[in-house]
Design a protein around this ligand. Structure first.
Ligand SMILES: Cc1cc2nc3c(=O)[nH]c(=O)nc-3n(C[C@H](O)[C@H](O)[C@H](O)COP(=O)(O)O)c2cc1C
Length: 343
């Protein structure tokens, strides 16, 4: 058993990826923690009030460690009115979108979530999209909270270690959902997990965890050979009985091949990997013109909501990693974790 697992009293070197968007509830995350792996609540799109309810529910369902994942707000340039107007015209139901959030409001939300993590003594906190401010790092560490950063390159891993992260999740380009990148990279230079893990493991001294495209014990063992001390698995958990993924989404996951996904910024303004659907095909030429995150996300939210209600997978964001071609049946959390950890 490695040091990071001891610190969190884990018996399995597996982190269930935090997956924002209502897909993972305390029911799933607690089932993971109760198996000796690390369950994760994703606070990304939750209000602080809902996060508080989820933490309380989680603490009722498990006495084992779990983490809360938080998005780090980014600086952004204000988009020009013409681009905003064009997207408002082109995105179905965009007229129903909420007002754009200000950066100040995003930071307020961030700090409220950090306060909840402190109040409820959550054992671990992970970050994506950046490095949290020094004062948040300091106060969380003082409270004994284990800090987990997300890196998509060895350079990001080095920065995260320098700033005090205890563990670094290395997200390969195969991964489903948003890229956690925070240093400028072009889409073409996204590094696959096979190359990322050994380079980053050599560059830092804290434990590294491999994420992206891992769906069975072969992936777990390969990650270990490359220098990772554990894995973070996302897409396969979406197929678990305990997940909140809709039947429409599950059907797409079941039918998709490994070649059916690509990175797109069309839904949120930030690159994320998902199953290619009609909306992505129609708007492909506009990839470079999306509004900055999270503004594009705000404008597409009503479209995604209507699509979910209408079971219309062509206008939903079907986030999935390249392991999606291996997911042809559903299991429960216990079975998936047992399969991942089979020796
Ligand atoms: C539906 C979905 C939502 C995600 N949301 C988050 C999130 O809120 N925070 C985060 O740090 N990572 C998020 N990710 C990325 C995962 O942490 C992880 O990097 C990825 O799932 C690993 O690749 P895999 O899906 O191929 O296992 C998400 C991934 C998916 C598939």
């Amino acid at each position: 058993m490695t040091q990071w697992m001891k610190a969190l009293s884990l018996s399995k070197p597996v982190i269930q990826a935090p997956m924002a968007g209502g897909l993972v509830t305390p029911r799933l995350a607690a089932a993971v923690s109760n198996e000796g792996a690390l369950g994760s609540l994703a606070s990304g799109y939750l209000s602080p009030g809902t996060l508080e309810k989820q933490i309380i529910e989680m603490q009722e369902l498990t006495s084992s460690a779990f983490q809360v994942n938080v998005f780090v707000p980014e600086k952004r340039k204000a988009p020009d009115d013409k681009t905003v107007h064009t997207w408002k015209k082109n995105i179905p139901f965009a007229e129903q979108a909420a007002a754009f959030p200000s950066e100040e409001a995003e930071w307020e939300d961030f700090h409220q979530k950090i306060n909840l993590i402190l109040t409820y003594n959550v054992r671990a906190c992970s970050f994506t999209f950046g490095i949290p401010p020094d004062e948040s790092i300091h106060v969380l560490k003082e409270n004994g909270c284990c800090l987990i950063g997300t890196a998509t390159s060895p350079q990001e891993a080095v920065l995260l270690e320098e700033r005090g992260m205890d563990i670094i999740v290395l997200q390969g380009s195969e991964a489903g959902g948003h890229r956690g990148s925070f240093l400028p990279v072009s889409g073409e230079s996204s590094i696959g997990l096979m190359s990322l893990v050994p380079q980053a493991a050599d560059a830092v001294s804290v434990p590294v965890i491999a994420a992206g495209g891992i769906a069975d014990r072969r992936g777990v063992q390969a990650a270990h050979c490359l220098g990772a001390q554990g894995v973070q698995v996302g897409t396969p958990f979406l197929m678990c009985e305990e997940s909140e993924a809709s039947e429409t989404y599950r059907q797409e996951l079941k039918e998709a091949h490994g070649t059916d996904t690509r990175l797109t910024a069309l839904f949120s303004g930030k690159p994320a990997r998902g199953i290619v659907n009609q909306w992505m095909k129609e708007q492909q030429a506009e990839e470079a013109n999306t509004l900055p995150y999270p503004l594009q996300n705000t404008l597409t939210k009503p479209m995604r909501k209507h699509a979910a209600a209408a079971k219309d997978s062509d206008h939903m964001s079907l986030w999935a990693g390249q392991s999606v071609g291996m997911l042809n049946r559903s299991a429960d959390v216990r079975t998936l974790i047992a399969e991942l950890c089979q020796s």
